[in-house]
Design a protein around this ligand. Structure first.
Ligand code: GAR
Length: 202
């Protein structure tokens, strides 16, 4: 059977992109990363893709009249490459129905908190400032609403009294880098089934 073809969308550092690349290289992904999509040409993730020999679709949103306009170009590329799964790994832009409808049920997102707590941006700091004792990582299907969609996997990370944003982020990223490739693999192996909001993983 042909391997699942994956496109990773990322906007910044790309440590999760790197974790996926490393997992593929080590034979732990069960899928092939075919494309990086990035909205910031200066982002470190672009260099990571170059180093890994993965083609990148890099664009500046302000060069387009609308979100729909750049998404149509991205969609054409996804179709051309026969992409079966989109992984949002730190992609800091909302998707419109152009991509969301074409890829319904085939887009996943990683989020550095236990959703539905702390959706949005800068949530590691928010969780720390709020004073929760436990936060974590969520991988979920993305449906175009911000950090919503059925939850595939979650893992808790305890907040210690002496944590700073940096120390907590470090532990959260460590969990992310393990959890995201695991979820991609399970999807690639056809072990993930969705019924309404509930996701069943074999
Ligand atoms: C990750 O922590 C990811 O969970 C988060 O952005 C970071 C990207 O890091 N995503 C969100 O906050 C989405 N709401 P990376 O570029 O090093 O992979």
């Amino acid at each position: 059977m042909a391997k699942l073809q994956v496109a990773v969308f990322a906007s910044g550092n790309g440590s999760n992109f790197q974790a996926l690349v490393d997992a593929e290289r080590e034979g732990r992904l069960g899928a092939e990363i075919r494309l990086l999509v990035c909205n910031r040409p200066e982002a470190p993730v672009v260099k990571r893709a170059e180093a890994a020999g993965i083609p990148a679709f890099v664009f500046r949103p302000k060069d387009y009249p609308s979100r729909e306009a750049y998404e149509k170009e991205i969609l054409a590329e996804l179709t051309r490459l026969d992409i079966g799964l989109i992984v949002l790994a730190g992609f800091m832009r909302i998707l419109t129905s152009v991509i969301v409808d074409a890829y319904a049920g085939r887009i996943i997102n990683i989020h550095p908190a236990l959703l539905p707590a702390f959706p949005g941006l800068n949530v590691i700091r928010e969780a720390l400032e709020y004073g929760v004792k436990v936060t974590g990582v969520t991988v979920h299907f993305a449906d175009g609403n911000l950090d919503a969609g059925p939850i595939i996997a979650q893992e808790a990370v305890k907040i210690e009294e002496d944590d700073t944003e940096e120390t907590l982020a470090e532990r959260i990223h460590k969990v992310e880098h393990r959890l995201l490739p695991e979820v991609v693999r399970k999807i690639a192996e056809g072990r993930v089934r969705v019924e309404g909001r509930r996701v069943y993983v074999r």
